[in-house]
Ligand binder design. Sequence first.
Ligand SMILES: Cc1cc2nc3c(=O)[nH]c(=O)nc-3n(C[C@H](O)[C@H](O)[C@H](O)COP(=O)(O)O)c2cc1C
Length: 194
Amino acid sequence: MQKESVVLCVTGASGAIYAKTFLDIVPSLDINIECIFSEYGRRVFNYELGLKYSEIIETYSKKGIKFHEPNDMFSPLASGSVLSQYSAVVVLPCSVSTLGNVANGIVNNLIHRVCDVALKEKIPLIMAVREMPLSVIHLENMVKIQKMGASAFVISPAFYNKPQKIEDLALFVVGKILDLLKAKHNLYKRWNEK
Ligand SMILES: Cc1cc2nc3c(=O)[nH]c(=O)nc-3n(C[C@H](O)[C@H](O)[C@H](O)COP(=O)(O)O)c2cc1C
């Protein structure tokens, strides 16, 4: 594998715009993306943005993005020997259901498996959770993920950079995730940046 490669997992939390922004922008930063949509990831994406899964595949395959089926445990991504060649796994948006599965080592689909393998292989794992309010279960699950060396946080756009439209909020969130990946970008204006 030549270029840096990231696995993007899209689950059924609200915030499809974050995943779409990631898919739109990150390939232009010379980072490969391989993508897994959960069943509810597809449905919420369609509900919020009006894009069917078949349309997502058609649009983004043209940009070189490869898609994997969430029920395919024979996918190469399910193996530590393959996933260890990737630079990170990003779950965006991450449902509290997927968070709960991963934090407790319960693997029911390829997204859970990829996150589970990332934890055991020490591959950077970023779980960008969307839920409000949070129960103690959700909070404890995020603590568990953090203790295992991964990042789990609730998506939280800032307003100090004076966003003008919804897309600016999504660019800020994707930019902060790219900061965690140490990727160079100018998706948002940093504090006091002219
Ligand atoms: C329109 C819609 C919005 C949802 N928003 C959220 C959300 O913000 N956070 C969340 O954790 N679950 C949310 N859910 C529920 C998840 O989709 C549901 O728990 C699903 O089983 C998650 O499965 P997955 O993690 O495999 O995608 C939403 C469901 C729907 C239909």
